[in-house]
Design a protein around this ligand. Sequence first.
Ligand code: 4NP
Length: 158
Amino acid sequence: MIKVLFVCLGNICRSPMAEFIFKDMVNKKGISERFYIDSAATSNYNELEKAGMYGDAKDMLRKMNVPFTEHMSRQIRKEDYDKFDYILGMEEKNVNNILKIIGDDKDNKVFRLLDFTETARDISDPWYSGDFYSAYYDILYGCENFLKYIENKNIKKL
Ligand code: 4NP
């Protein structure tokens, strides 16, 4: 089983969108049982407030027919490093904060989602920009390319 943790600052916009977009993608390919997929925050802001996914993020997923379930923000924990195979931040800041929590990335598990594309870059935060369209398409692009990478790497296992 391939275990993937998507991470952003608040775990109420980008990383839960990525979690549900990637779940939908592997589900449609009939390979969902090969994956364990979750998301988390680098901050504890929304965990403390027991926040669910942000309304505009949910609306964007509904618009794109991506199913989602109840979500509650949680902060990434040190133990997540052993639990997951891939820890995918949305931007460089996330990666730096992930490393502060988990310590050394000794097994090379931590990346930005768009590092798997031809245009490695950050996915900007729609919480601040209000641009959920760009966030959705960046995440979709990242997830498609990440899945291609996984399929090539695990060709016999998938
Ligand atoms: P996200 O966006 O990292 O994509 O979930 C944010 C959501 C909430 C906050 C910051 C970023 N916040 O400060 O509460």
